[in-house]
Design a protein around this ligand. Sequence first.
Ligand SMILES: [Zn+2]
Length: 456
Amino acid sequence: MENIFQRTGDPFIDAGGMALEYISEQFPEKSIDELIEWAAKIYVEKWRAKIDAIFLNSSITHNSKQGAEKVTATISKFKEIKNSSNNEGYCRFCGKEAFLTDAGRDQTCLAGSKAFVNFHHSHESGIMICPECAEKYFFLPFAVLQMGNLCLLQTITEEGNEYWKHKTVQENLNRISRGSSETILKSKFTRASNAIFHFASELITACDYKLESEHITMYHFTNFSSSVDCKISTIPNPVFRFINLVLKTSAREWYNFIYRNYHIGGAKWNDETDRWEKKGEPVEEDEYRNHTNSIFNSLLEGKSILPSLVRYSKKQLIKEKTIDSRIAIYYVQEVKGMTSEQISLIKSVGGRIFEIMQQENNFKKYMVKLEGATKAYQLRTAILNIIKKNYTTGNERTIVTFDEWVNYLFPDGQYWGEIRDLLLVFLYEKLHSGRIKIDIDDVEQINEPLEENEGI
Ligand SMILES: [Zn+2]
């Protein structure tokens, strides 16, 4: 039998279909016409018809009709669509051959409207869709969250779909049955770039860290009047796998790192208490949740978070707190595509450099050279000098062989700054585990050149 709920790839119709499928399972005795009436009554009676940001000037939201008239007009509209014998063709969403309706912004989001026919390929008066897709779309309000504008999450796995269904449609039905549903569900987030990572983390923990194939897209949109808008954020699969690994093994360290990287106006970071404070009082999560977070933004924009990880590791060292290099390892492995051979070699080079520092009992000299390298040749020179030192000191073991240097330490196509940053995180971890203190003045000298990304 044909599955009318099969996904089409359009996030809006698929979310509406997901909502209708779940709701129809909860009310198996109701026909589709009765389900439309049920939904229309929720929109009108419980939500006071405030779904304009989804359906503009529709039978529900247009103010030419009031109360029960809105419900009656909606039922009539769907009967008309179903009984039409005009516009035979193929549905733009599901591809099925049917008598199509020209859905404008009263029935679909961001789809153009009759005043803007050039939006559509053949200047149709709306997007041409089949009656079943029109019905599915009507249930979209149950599958979105209010987040300033509206938020819709598109996932590619069944687990992701179940997560979003639980968070939106099921929650709506629970509230409706308790009599506490008054509007489209509200999220505690207003900043989409933070919310998408919160959703990803919830999904990862709900799947017990076993979900690896996910790829998440968030549509932060409104179909309202002339302010129509849609911002799209994506957590691609490599970033999703990275977050999955850090939450599985280093969740506490990860959240510490994230916490430090909010930008909270009027607040100061307290190194003693490890928290954001305003006049000595902690800034609570309700307040900082919607502030800019530079790590989330970097991950969404494809910018490296390694310089931030180096700075964080250094501050942890100064505070004599644990440093967990696994976050940096997972990042270069999953997101930057660094091979395990390369990671092992950089780790081993870090270990050998640390031994030389210990032999000389001079940590500052080498750290300044390595961390201060802002160009590829400076990093190469710093490492070559250490290799030379190793040789002249009479150490039998070499730091790196010629083949390792060419194939793994500085291979073609790998950005040299990533090697420097990973090496530094390893060294900071070593310094911490060796309980080596570097005084603040020394560290401050090597503080800021990390932002530079010059060179090859
Ligand atoms: Zn269709």
